[in-house]
Each structure stands twice: as structure tokens, then as C-alpha cells.
Design a protein around this ligand. Structure first.
Ligand code: ATP
Ligand code: MG
Length: 585
């Protein structure tokens, strides 16, 4: 392993602690050896759905490397499959990348290069490296062979250059029906790598495209478009997930045989569009996908959850989409911390959901101000205070960081406390309020419970107690040994709030497990969302949408991005204070 000393002086300072995964090592070596003067990466989503947390890993990697090594990263929409793509996704993806804290050097679309791809295909035809094939999809499958048997040459493989050019131009002119013909690379039907057995480069699809309208009845295939897109943009390191490892020989074949760098005329359409002419030989490097338990991550399944109404849309706070996680209260810093913890390798692994939750807790513990809220209210009347008693207490916003300052918390004779903080018949070890017992009211003194009031149905509706006037924090009377401290809000001042208690969407670690005829639908957690009416202190109600708090003793919450207002607060539980799942096994 080479060390930091081998890096050239010109490198910008690395962020601390320096990340040392194998891809960053390759980048470091390429800069040190002078193979590249600057690093250029790209994030290439297909706009056929919303981004999920797996994409966040790829975003943090591509934009992270560009940032750490003084390079740049492009955002490129892989819009080569217009039937499944939508401008709604294009907008959301940009929102997501920016939310994560990254900015692209240049925003591109594969469709920006359709003309370059077309010229590249004609060049391959002229070089005898591509041909128009009339086999149907089914016949192509039959000719392809298997992992153990070589394929057979298409009967159309030896068409003349003239005939191929003529047919390909007529494909472009829209003369043929969908599926009637394909343009195929002429490589090797006996290759051990099936991707090299004369793969399709273009197919006919009379489908309108969101950017190019009906200009194109033919669309390039992924491997052709992606490799050339990287080359066109001068991408130095093309980072993708492991399933593309077997595609790398085809990726290289396209880059080498089209040779954009050596054929400036192929890039002329870029100049016509005002795009820079870059062209370089990119290197594809694969890393393992992010997989997390208790969640599904394929766009197809996420789409089905939305389509079947099993969640409230792509941004439902239980979804692993970036829009969903954001609405749940995940912060960009937590997402980046998570990506860093997960790291980059070639080993496929399954990350425990608690690692994600842990990253959020760690960020919010440091970054979220504290507030008081009661989610299952029970009234406590401090009978020894006058009816109109009212005062303002000063509370620290953060126990470990004075920089957060203080806030005013109103206090009065009637409070809401948490129903579970009172027990008539206390379980063993119960340290909170019991009849005749004492407990500390956070920041306000020691209260004794004198009376339990019930309704006709026998339910407890109110507690009456005595607040020791000598027990304010700082007074001598506060020194008494009292086991528990509970939180509260002043009933008169508190604002009623909708509290959405979210939990994991699935009850099992592997919702993709389809044994015994089950599907992920059978593993949905019926308790993944519980909505309750609670009370929050005024300083919480006044939050801006997307502001996060720790509600003392109950968890981290965020003011809902869309539904929260000061008059009608809505808070989503982002994560509990402690991991409640490990004990469930
Ligand atoms: P899905 O399989 O969920 O539908 P995809 O790979 O089809 O996702 P793309 O839009 O093609 O989605 O992905 C854009 C980039 O994000 C690709 O480079 C892809 O490798 C990367 N990516 C997608 N899913 C993950 C994941 N789970 N972990 C890491 N990177 C991912
Ligand atoms: Mg994909």
C-alpha cells in the first residue's frame, strides 16, 4: 500500500480523517503517476423513479471523491429508455443531490449526446464493427448460446458496409417497426463473456422522448450510451456497482473502437449544442451495492408500494427514498456519516438498519435542540399553586452545548405529563410518579401525587399534587434524593400537535424473502405509523418545517416538511432515543 507521502504536493488538503478505500487509492495513484491531472466523476441516474438510500452511497462516493481530490462531478441523466422516464423524477433527483450537500459541475443528459452516439454507430459500421440484424428478439436469444455453449453468428452478420449504412439510416428515418431490426456490435459470438456476443447497440422504439420529442425512433442501449457518455464528458473514473463488472469488457470495447479522442468529427454535434468537446478514456471501477435489512431497495418494489397505496407516496417517511428519509427527519449530515461508515469495497454485504439509525442519532444528538412534548397526555394539577399562577422558566436548548442558548418555557398550575409516567401499581423498578410518591418535574421542582381522579368509567383523568415550593433547581430543598425526573408542558400554553410515530416499514430483516409464496407485502409492519394527538411547548410549535428536535425522553422529531404550521404543528418521529429493535431479536 502506498502512503500519503506518495501524493503530489499539488493535491488539495484531504478531509480528515482521510478516507482510504480502494477506489480513492486508485484515484490517488492516478494523480500521483500523472495519468490524470484532475479527477472527473459523474453520477448517472436513470430518471425512472425516485432516488433511494443506495443511490446516496453512489452520490457520496462520486461527488465526495471529486471534492476531496479537487476535481469535478457531473450529474448525468441516463435518459435512453423514454418509455419509463418522467420529468417529475428529473426534478426530484436534482433536489436530492443538492439536499445531500453536493453541487454538480455540469448537468447533462445522455440525450444531449444522441447525435454523437449516432455518428459513433455509423463509424463502427464503416469500420466493419457493427451490423444491422433482422433477427427477432426471440431468435437473438436462441442464437446467443449459454454460459457453457458458444453462440452462433447471425445470418445478417456479413452484410456489406453499404447495406448496413443504408438500413441503419432507414432505421433512424423511422421506416421500420419496433423490434424489426437492431444494430449490433460485431465482436465475438464465441466469447466466454455473453455481453460480448454481438450485443445490441440500438433498438427501434417509436416512443416520444421527454427531451428530444419524436426526433428519434431509435434509442441506444445502455452499455453503448453509458461508456460513450463517460468518454464524451472526459470522465476519468466511472464508478458503478458490481453487477456491471461483466459489462466492463464491452464498456472498454465501445470506448476503444469508437475512439472519440481520435475522431474529433464525431464530437461536432457537441460544439453545435454549445457543449465542450472533452473526450477521454474513462476507467470503469465497480464497488458493492448498498443493501440494508428491514427494507426493500429496488425501484420496481418501491414503485409497487406507492402504486398499490401501501405507503403514502414516494416521500412517505417510511420509504427508503431520499425524499422519504428527508421527510422522516434524516439530515444530510447523517446520510453522509452513514455512507462513510458503510464504506466502499467489492464485498457484497447487508448493512444493519441500526447503522442508519445510529448515524441519525449521532448527528441529532449534537445538532438538535431539546424541547418538551407530551405524546400521551395526562393532566397533573399542582393544587397548592394559585389558579392564575404563571411564570417563565429558562431552559438550556442543549445539555452539552451552551452555544445553543436558552429558551423560555412557560409554567403554570395545570400541566400535561406522559400517561406512562404515572402508575398506580408500579412495576418493579418504576422510578416515576406513584400515589403518595414524589418525582422531579424537569426544571420546575419536586411534586407529590396526592389524589387520583377518575371518570365514571373508572379511567384516570387527572392527578392532583403538591409542588414543593423549596425544591426548584438551585434551592436547598432540591437536594433531596428523588429517583425520577419526568417532562411536562403547561396545559394552558402548550400547543396541540399531530405526532406521527413512525417505525420500520417491515417486521422482518429480509422482506425480499419470497419463500412459502410470500412477498414483501406480507411483511409490512402494521405498526409502522401511529398518529397521536399530543402537546408541545410553544418553542417547538414555532419550529420551521424540517427543523429537528430532541423531545426530551421520547425521541428525535422533525417538523413535517409539508404539513407543519405554527398553529397546527405536525411532528414526525425520526428515530427513538435508543435502539428498540435489538431486544426484539
Ligand atoms: P435500482 O436497481 O434500485 O432500480 P438502478 O441501479 O437501476 O437502481 P440507476 O438510476 O441506474 O438505478 O442508478 C444510478 C447509479 O446509482 C448507478 O451508478 C448505480 O450503480 C447506483 N446505485 C443504484 N443502487 C445502488 C445501491 N443500492 N448501492 C450503491 N449504488 C447504487
Ligand atoms: Mg439502472
Amino acid at each position: 500500500m502506498s502512503d500519503a507521502a506518495s501524493a503530489p504536493d499539488a493535491l488539495p488538503e484531504d478531509t480528515t480523517p482521510e478516507k482510504r478505500d480502494f477506489i480513492r487509492q486508485i484515484v490517488r495513484d492516478d494523480l500521483a503517476s500523472g495519468k490524470h491531472r484532475a479527477v472527473k466523476t459523474r453520477f448517472p441516474p436513470e430518471p425512472n423513479g425516485y432516488l433511494h438510500i443506495g443511490h446516496a452511497k453512489a452520490i457520496c462516493l462520486n461527488f465526495g471523491i471529486a471534492g476531496e481530490f479537487g476535481g469535478v462531478c457531473n450529474l448525468r441523466f441516463d435518459d435512453t429508455n423514454p418509455a419509463k422516464e418522467d420529468p417529475e423524477y428529473v426534478a426530484a433527483i436534482q433536489d436530492d443531490v443538492r439536499w445531500l450537500g453536493f453541487e454538480w459541475n455540469s448537468l447533462r443528459h445522455a440525450s444531449d449526446y444522441f447525435e454523437v452516439y449516432y455518428l459513433a454507430a455509423e463509424k463502427l459500421i464503416r469500420d466493419g464493427k457493427a451490423f444491422v440484424c433482422d433477427l427477432s428478439a426471440e431468435e437473438v436469444r436462441q442464437y446467443r448460446g449459454t454460459l457453457t455453449e458458444p453462440g452462433r453468428n447471425s445470418p445478417w452478420r456479413d452484410r456489406s458496409v453499404e447495406e448496413n449504412l443504408d438500413l441503419f439510416r432507414r432505421m433512424r428515418a423511422g421506416e421500420f417497426a419496433d423490434g424489426a431490426r437492431t444494430l449490433r456490435a460485431r465482436i465475438d459470438m464465441a466469447s466466454g463473456n455473453i455481453n460480448l456476443r454481438d450485443p445490441a447497440l440500438y433498438r427501434i422504439k417509436h416512443v416520444e422522448h421527454q427531451n428530444t420529442g419524436d426526433a428519434w425512433p431509435i434509442y441506444p442501449m445502455y452499455d453503448f450510451a453509458h461508456s460513450l457518455g463517460d468518454a464524451v464528458e472526459g470522465i476519468t473514473h466511472s464508478l458503478c456497482t458490481l453487477e456491471f463488472e461483466d459489462h466492463r469488457p464491452l464498456y472498454d470495447w465501445c470506448v476503444d473502437n469508437v475512439d472519440l479522442g481520435g475522431h474529433a468529427e464525431l464530437l461536432q454535434p457537441l460544439l453545435d449544442k454549445g457543449l465542450p468537446k472533452e473526450a477521454a478514456k474513462p476507467r470503469q471501477i465497480e464497488f458493492s451495492r448498498l443493501n440494508i435489512n428491514y427494507t426493500v431497495m429496488s425501484k420496481r418494489k418501491l414503485m409497487a408500494l406507492v402504486g398499490e397505496g401501501l405507503v403514502d407516496g414516494w416521500d412517505d417517511p417510511r420509504m427508503p427514498t431520499l425524499q422519504g428519509l428527508r421527510r422522516r427527519g434524516y439530515t444530510p449530515a447523517a446520510m453522509r456519516l452513514f455512507a462513510e461508515r458503510v464504506g466502499i469495497s467489492k464485498q457484497n454485504s447487508l448493512i444493519d438498519f441500526s447503522v442508519l439509525e445510529g448515524a441519525l442519532r449521532e448527528d441529532l444528538d449534537a445538532a438538535a435542540p431539546r424541547r418538551m412534548a407530551v405524546i400521551d397526555p395526562l393532566k397533573l394539577v399542582l393544587a397548592n399553586l394559585p389558579e392564575d399562577h404563571e411564570e417563565t422558566l429558562a431552559f438550556s436548548n442543549h445539555p452539552k452545548d451552551e452555544g445553543f442558548g436558552k429558551r423560555s418555557v412557560p409554567f403554570a398550575r395545570e400541566l400535561w405529563i406522559e400517561r406512562e409516567d404515572f402508575a398506580e401499581v408500579p412495576p418493579k423498578g418504576f422510578k416515576r410518579l406513584i400515589p403518595g410518591g414524589e418525582v422531579r418535574l424537569r426544571g420546575a421542582g419536586i411534586v407529590r401525587c396526592d389524589e387520583v381522579i377518575r371518570n365514571d368509567a373508572g379511567e384516570i383523568v387527572e392527578l392532583r399534587g403538591w409542588l414543593d415550593p423549596e425544591s426548584r433547581p438551585g434551592m436547598a430543598g432540591a437536594e433531596r434524593k428523588i429517583k425520577g425526573t419526568i417532562h411536562w408542558v403547561s396545559a394552558r400554553h402548550a400547543v396541540e400537535a399531530e405526532i406521527r410515530l413512525y417505525d420500520r416499514l417491515f417486521t422482518v430483516a429480509d422482506p425480499d424473502d419470497e419463500s412459502e409464496g410470500r412477498t414483501y407485502r406480507d411483511h409490512l409492519n402494521p405498526a409502522s405509523r401511529r398518529i397521536v394527538a399530543g402537546y408541545v411547548e410553544p418553542a417547538a410549535a414555532a419550529a420551521a418545517p424540517e427543523q429537528s428536535f430532541q423531545f426530551e425522553r421520547i425521541g428525535y422529531f422533525v417538523a413535517d416538511r409539508y404539513d407543519h404550521t405554527g398553529e397546527r404543528p405536525v411532528f414526525n418521529r425520526s428515530v427513538t432515543l435508543r435502539d428498540t429493535w435489538t431486544s426484539k431479536g
